[in-house]
Design a protein around this ligand. Structure first.
Ligand SMILES: Nc1nc2c(ncn2[C@@H]2O[C@H](COP(=O)(O)OP(=O)(O)OP(=O)(O)O)[C@@H](O)[C@H]2O)c(=O)[nH]1
Ligand SMILES: [Mg+2]
Length: 295
């Protein structure tokens, strides 16, 4: 029998290439939030996939980019740190819009890592097969990737193949985590992320980059199969508060309703969700506020 394997796999790439979509697809569960806007993921999230012959511990990370705020810096250093100790590094790019110069910078910013580098070309559903060959050729010259794997994280094509490719490069080891565990995220943090996702989907322009969500109260009432959740949406400016609340509170109401439905399905309980909007002036530039808001 083949020896059992276990190790860490860091999913790295520029914003919006589909890292979180791939992460959720591999885990078979929605753990990370996904939006069509860049810089959605802000912290490293751990997710575990168990196979007969191994345990794969994935790290979803914020997209690597250049940004001006301290929040941007913290996001990028979280991604880079997660790459440093991983056994396998998945560099994700988009087949539909490869950005080789920026990807070169990204790979360099990681510095030395002992992990095996694999190139994953995502969103192949958006291009014709012939378009892949020149991309493969270019990236092969960019970095000594051990393997190049095309996938569609959204459709699932090639993803199970990728999982088995990764297993080859993991060290022999017994599992680190109990089999029933799938993530290191608490219920509270998953819920706050669900609210942030709905908020991003309802808002445009600068709002998504300037908001954070914290949970003030999470009270279970088992006798009524009910959870009462009070959450605060933090924004940077008074003008943003107006936008999030919307005309006669309509936007905040929609955010609350869509979030509540998803949270109810996730917790399998009825949920009473109360949302507040708070102005925390320039929090994305303030080290104390960043830490308080969880970044
Ligand atoms: N067509 C297509 N779209 C995809 C695929 N994978 C992801 N997407 C879309 O790409 C967008 C970004 O996906 P995310 O998973 O949030 O990307 P990310 O890399 O985690 O982004 P950040 O967290 O912002 O760095 C979403 O609109 C996804 O639905 C794919 O295989 N095909
Ligand atoms: Mg993400």
């Amino acid at each position: 029998m083949a020896p059992f394997k276990c190790g860490f796999i860091s999913i790295l790439g520029r914003p919006n290439v589909g890292k979180s979509t791939l992460f959720n697809r591999i885990l078979g569960d929605k753990i990370a939030i996904i939006t069509d806007k860049p810089q959605t993921t802000r912290k490293r999230i751990l997710g575990i996939r168990n196979l007969e012959g191994g345990q794969l511990i994935f790290l979803d990370t914020p997209g690597i980019h250049k940004g001006r705020s301290m929040l941007n810096e913290r996001m990028v250093s979280a991604a880079i740190a997660s790459g440093r100790d991983a056994d396998v590094l998945l560099f994700l790019i988009e087949a539909s819009s490869p950005t080789i110069d920026k990807d070169r910078e990204m790979i360099e910013s990681l510095g030395e890592s002992h992990g095996t580098p694999l190139l994953v070309i995502n969103k192949i559903d958006l291009v014709r097969k012939q378009a892949l060959l020149p991309i493969i050729d270019q990236y092969q010259r960019l970095h000594p990737f051990q393997e190049i794997v095309p996938i569609s994280a959204a459709k699932g094509d090639g993803v199970e193949n990728l999982v088995h490719v990764i297993l080859k490069y993991l060290p022999e080891s017994s599992p680190y985590y109990p089999e029933e565990m799938i993530t290191d995220q608490t219920e509270r943090s998953l819920v706050s992320e669900m609210i942030r996702e709905k908020m991003i989907n309802q808002c445009y322009q600068e709002i998504p980059f300037s908001t954070a969500v914290t949970i003030e109260e999470f009270k279970e009432h088992p006798e009524r199969n009910l959870v009462v959740i009070k959450a605060t949406i933090h924004v940077e400016r008074d003008s943003q508060k107006k936008i999030v609340i919307g005309k006669e509170g309509q936007k905040l109401k929609r955010i609350g309703e869509t979030a509540r439905r998803e949270i109810e399905a996730f917790l399998e309980k009825r949920v009473f969700l109360e949302l507040w909007v708070n102005v925390e002036k320039n929090w994305t530039q303030n080290p104390r506020a960043l830490t308080e808001l969880g970044y």
